[in-house]
Design a protein around this ligand. Sequence first.
Ligand code: FES
Length: 107
Amino acid sequence: MARPEFHLFVCTQRRPDGHPRGSCTAKGGAALLDAFAQALIRRNLQGRMALTGTGCLGPCQAGANVLVYPGAVMYSWVEPADAEVIVRQHLLEGEPWVDKLTPSELW
Ligand code: FES
């Protein structure tokens, strides 16, 4: 496999109901991972971009969170419909989507 141009890490951390930190899965992380997979497939980008479901990225209160390398760019409060925008604007056009960037006090 060639080295990917971008690697997306989508938080799919689970925690028990009532856990004080909550979890990205409780905020749609699994659906978000699927939305990114579909967005990459639709554009035939699987060979250029890597996608991984991952454990906790840190700012649980802002989930669902997505971390993009290179650049360590984190997006928060990401919803499945946002996957298309991030893939197009960040991965293909090289412009991170500032509206969804994790606030600096969290990341
Ligand atoms: S559970 Fe997703 S960032 Fe912590």
